[in-house]
Design a protein around this ligand. Structure first.
Ligand code: OSB
Ligand code: MG
Length: 358
């Protein structure tokens, strides 16, 4: 799917999104899920074609062999396969959607949502010039976004931040480095304190927990981890080490909405704030993210923007901005409907899986 505008991060630029959907047909109905993996293994190890292959060869057969297929059983059935958390998340989402649609219950209700609308922000990619960045941020502020996240990387940090902060002195601001820095860059990163930001997200490589803890000890700006946190265990380890004080939760990165809820619960028990990250999803994955972000421990605005920020035409009814919030779907399952005409226009390829029936 073509993105409305290219999205550049420290790991590369995307102008289109390779979308992998899982469509589950059960005795009682059907469901959709989205695998958040990207076309290239640049955000993390997983990529769309690898996720698709693992689904076909192992994950779908493992779930089909369950007999009684329930969303609660998906993660266990998939445990033998290591990694591929976005693929697992897409499959679990589709099974859960089918289950909840059949029971006329929403994702929000099932996950434990306590809000009917969520606060959202916008994640702004690296632009060719600082002027273009300020212009883009101004457009999003006019749209209603009250929290902006800037992507940073070595060579694109102090100057763009200075410009955006001067233009918008009171804007809630945060940055995301997508692991683009090295522990040797700590002096430079410490200078970011002067911009009065909500947090700095994932400055170093995912396995650099000690370096993140050392940075947290010398910075006033809270450290948030994204790529480092793949499970409840990772979250607790990072928190115990002082590697972060805020956790970004992404469904695709942690293996599914149910593990995402467990991370939320563990953080909430410790009084640690979490927020919902995004991976440029279509309406399918976005619906799950919005439901998740409505849980009580999600206290920072989510990286879930309106559909029009990503797509000229989404594959479901669009999510729209209301003030600086997005309404939580209340209908059965994900609460959105995939439009088959849009899928066809996009040239979606359907790969039936009857052949792998156990
Ligand atoms: O690190 O949060 C990230 C998009 C793709 C991959 C990684 C990230 C992002 C974003 C955009 O920041 C969030 C969104 O609007 O979906
Ligand atoms: Mg991130």
């Amino acid at each position: 799917m073509p993105l409305v505008r290219p999205f550049r991060t420290s790991f590369g630029v995307q102008s289109t999104r390779d979308v992998l959907l899982v469509h589950v047909i059960t005795d009682s109905g059907e469901g959709w899920g989205e695998c958040a993996a990207h076309a290239e293994p640049f955000y993390n190890e997983e990529f769309t074609e690898s996720a698709m292959m693992v689904l076909r060869r192992w994950l779908v057969p493992a779930v089909r062999s369950l007999g009684d297929v329930t969303a609660d059983a998906v993660a266990g059935a998939c445990r033998q396969v290591k990694g591929y958390r976005a693929a697992k998340a897409g499959l679990e989402m589709a099974v859960l959607d089918a289950e909840l649609r059949a029971a006329s219950s929403s994702f929000a209700a099932r996950l434990g949502a306590t809000r009917t609308a969520i606060d959202v922000g916008v994640s702004v990619g690296i632009t060719p010039t600082v002027d273009e960045l300020v212009e883009q941020v101004a457009g999003y502020v006019t749209d209603g976004y009250r929290r902006v996240k800037l992507k940073i990387m070595p060579g694109w940090d102090l100057a763009p931040l200075q410009a955006v902060r001067s233009a918008f002195p009171d804007l809630a601001l945060q940055v995301d480095a997508n692991a683009g820095y090295e522990p040797g860059d700590a002096d430079l990163l410490a200078e970011l304190d002067r911009f009065g930001m909500l947090m700095i997200e994932q400055p170093y490589a995912p396995d650099e927990l000690q370096a993140h803890a050392a940075l947290a000890a010398r910075m006033a700006t809270p450290i948030c981890l994204d790529e480092s946190i793949l499970s409840v265990g990772h979250a607790l380890t990072a928190l115990d080490m002082g590697a972060c004080t805020i956790v970004n939760i992404k469904v695709g990165r942690v293996g599914g909405v149910l593990e995402a809820v467990r991370i939320h619960d563990a953080c909430r028990e410790r009084g640690v704030p979490v927020w919902c990250g995004g991976m440029l999803e279509t309406g399918v994955g976005r619906a799950a993210n919005v439901a998740l972000a409505a849980l009580p421990g999600f206290t920072f605005p989510a990286d879930i923007s309106a559909s029009e920020r990503y797509w000229r035409r989404d594959i479901t009814e669009p999510f729209v901005l209301q003030g600086s919030t997005i309404e939580v779907p209340a209908g059965p399952g994900l609460g959105v409907t995939v439009d088959p005409d849009v899928l066809q226009e996009l040239g979606a390829v359907v790969e039936p899986q009857e052949d792998v029936l156990a």
